[in-house]
Ligand binder design. Structure first.
Ligand SMILES: [Zn+2]
Length: 143
């Protein structure tokens, strides 16, 4: 089942996401909605099987990723013809998130394969492996 409650997110990511949504909605007047937050193992497996996800374990399972949808005149935007996902990406990256439209974090946005335009994840300076090895919590930033 798809969960879209932001209360299910890691509290640190939740605060960042609230800031991001506030800027997009308030300053940029973009209609943006939360489509999915935390994902359980069963749903992740199902999405992987369907080809909708490329990973067996991902940040959604730890409440450190969210999928957002942009709407124009009430219509969900599947592509970035209007350039609004790009704005989401820039705002999210300014807050230290990784954005699914720029996985390699280079200067070219939306290259082949980088089309998860509504996906944002937050794990400043640590990898999924480091997170899991730390017992599914944020590794010490001092290290
Ligand atoms: Zn996602």
């Amino acid at each position: 089942m798809r969960q879209k409650d932001i209360m299910l997110l890691d509290v640190r990511f939740r605060h960042v996401l609230i800031e991001i949504l506030g800027i997009l909605r308030g300053k940029l007047s973009i209609d943006i909605q939360v489509l999915e937050t935390r994902r359980d193992r069963t749903r992740q497996k199902m999405l992987r099987k369907k080809g909708a996800s490329k990973v067996n374990i991902g940040w959604h399972q730890f409440g450190l990723a969210a999928d957002l949808g942009i709407f124009a005149d009430g219509v969900y935007q599947v592509d970035d013809r209007l350039g609004r996902y790009l704005k989401l990406g820039f705002v999210a990256m300014a807050f230290g998130c990784r954005w699914g439209g720029n996985w390699d974090m280079d200067r070219h946005i939306g290259e082949g394969g980088e089309n998860d335009l509504g996906h944002v994840e937050y794990h400043p300076n640590f990898s999924l492996q480091q997170y899991i090895e730390a017992g599914e919590q944020w590794p010490s930033l001092a290290g």
